[in-house]
Design a protein around this ligand. Structure first.
Ligand SMILES: Cc1cc2nc3c(=O)[nH]c(=O)nc-3n(C[C@H](O)[C@H](O)[C@H](O)COP(=O)(O)OP(=O)(O)OC[C@H]3O[C@@H](n4cnc5c(N)ncnc54)[C@H](O)[C@@H]3O)c2cc1C
Length: 421
């Protein structure tokens, strides 16, 4: 039983942290809820930063998880613009802010998210080198893309992951010239494998994006402090008025590490190691969202998922666990993207090497289809592209673990529901 005089502290005011606070109150917790975040903005959702908000199609107000007044109304003590720099697990305290305020916790949630990896090459200090994680970055980038579009300017993007590609689409929307430099031979290889990665390469080529595959940036060349060009390790030079680094994100584990909490192996994606109830190696400390590495029984693997749905559901799951609920966090991983007129949703987990077949239902050429990653007849993951309202049967197929007839799986006339055991 949780007492009303208990204090639950949440470090990190992203989606996971804000949703955890909401769940604590929704579940009837009457103790103190303290939410501390180093950003000055109220908790917000990041997907619009590389889509609608970046394109100027979504208002700033639309990105926030709750309206500002919600926190006081629900008695959530919000400390914005304050960094937690120490956790003392013996004393059960956290220290935050410039004045070193110390608060005692009964339960602690680490929802510290991830941070973009930085390019470590000459020229990154020039004006015109960008990355995108925060609202302020999106605001700045919006202005950059608009002026590149106006002046026929060139943007070089390092990395053809989700964020790199979404920004490429936004930049083309503004009319900027875009070159994407990517180490691999196809975009998104670690998630989609070569078969479906090629589809995204074609989508972007059709919209005028140039790709330089099999290369990495080695130098950003500038003059008078501004970017002029970007050089790659195979000796090419691309004209550039701005460079955007989209080379992935790293989990923000420094606080957990200095507190002596166990971390996951880098080979498993790193992050703070938690059990299936999102509890760290300290039973009073939990982790959720991008920073957490949790065991997923369905896939027999430890996963660290850097996606919106994992923050949306993981924060609340951690909150319920903090309240003593016996609930296993085993959601099928899910994410989405929007690029040009392509919208897609992906459920499951099927990195290259884990599947033996990709089954396509529908017309991949028209970019209206569902792809399934299958191993020995069992669906590991499914991606619906411009096909809607199928997430539920796809996730049930994955969860069932049942062998399916792959011919029926490929046949759009066979209802997906009929394949679910
Ligand atoms: C541009 C962009 C577009 C995206 N688009 C999609 C998409 O289309 N689909 C999708 O599924 N996912 C998308 N994602 C991923 C999704 O936004 C993340 O998975 C989600 O934000 C993770 O939420 P979180 O709460 O775990 O972490 P975060 O959102 O990173 O929040 C963590 C917060 O904790 C703060 N913090 C960290 N350390 C401390 C500390 N010591 N003290 C105080 N505060 C601290 C951080 O500054 C941050 O504010 C996108 C991400 C980005 C950046």
């Amino acid at each position: 039983m949780v007492d009303a005089d208990q204090t639950f502290v949440i470090v990190g005011g992203g989606l996971a942290g804000a949703k955890a606070a909401e769940t604590l109150r929704a579940e009837g917790f009457t103790g103190r809820v303290i939410l501390i975040c180093d950003e000055r903005d109220h908790p917000y959702e990041r997907p619009p930063l590389s889509k609608g908000y970046l394109l100027g199609k979504a208002e700033r107000d639309s990105v926030f998880v709750h309206e500002p007044a919600w926190y006081a109304r629900h008695d959530v003590e919000l400390h914005l613009g304050q960094t937690v720099d120490a956790v003392d697990r013996a004393a059960k305290t956290v220290r935050f802010g410039e004045d070193g305020t110390v608060v005692r916790y009964d339960k602690l949630l680490l929802a510290t998210g991830a941070e973009p990896r930085r390019l470590d090459i000459p020229g990154t200090g020039l004006g015109g080198v960008h990355h995108l994680r925060r609202l302020a970055h999106a605001e700045r980038l919006k202005g950059v893309l608009a002026s590149l579009g106006r002046d026929n300017g060139h943007l070089v993007i390092a990395g053809a992951g989700w964020i790199g590609l979404e920004i490429a689409a936004a930049a083309r929307g503004y009319g900027a010239e875009v070159t994407v430099v990517h180490r691999g031979r196809t975009p998104l290889h670690s998630v989609l494998g070569p078969e479906l990665g090629q589809l995204f390469a074609e989508l972007h080529s059709d919209h005028g994006v140039r790709f330089h595959f099999g290369a990495t940036l080695t130098e950003i060349v500038g003059q008078d402090g501004m970017v002029l060009a970007a050089r790659t390790d195979d000796g090419e030079e691309h004209p550039a008025h701005a460079v955007l680094a989209a080379i992935g994100a790293a989990p923000r584990t420094a606080l957990a590490e200095s507190a002596g909490l166990e971390l996951a192996d880098r080979a498993d994606g790193g992050g703070v190691l938690v059990d299936e109830r999102l509890r760290t190696s300290d039973p009073d400390v939990y982790a959720a969202g991008d920073v957490a590495s949790f065991p997923h029984a369905l896939f027999g693997a430890r996963l660290r998922v850097e996606h919106w749905a994992n923050a949306l559901n993981g924060g609340p799951a951690a909150a319920r666990a903090m309240l003593g609920r016996e609930e296993v966090y085993d959601r099928v991983p899910y994410f989405f993207t929007d690029q040009y007129d392509l919208g897609m949703e992906y459920s499951g987990w099927a990195p290259p090497g884990s599947y033996d077949q990709v089954v396509v239902r529908g017309d991949a050429g028209k970019r209206e289809f569902i792809a399934f990653w299958v191993k020995e007849g069992r669906v590991l993951a499914g991606m619906n592209v411009n096909v809607w309202d199928v997430t539920d049967p796809i996730q049930r197929l994955i969860r069932s673990g049942a062998r399916v007839d792959t011919e029926a799986l490929a046949d759009p006339h066979v209802p997906l529901e009929s394949l679910v055991a």
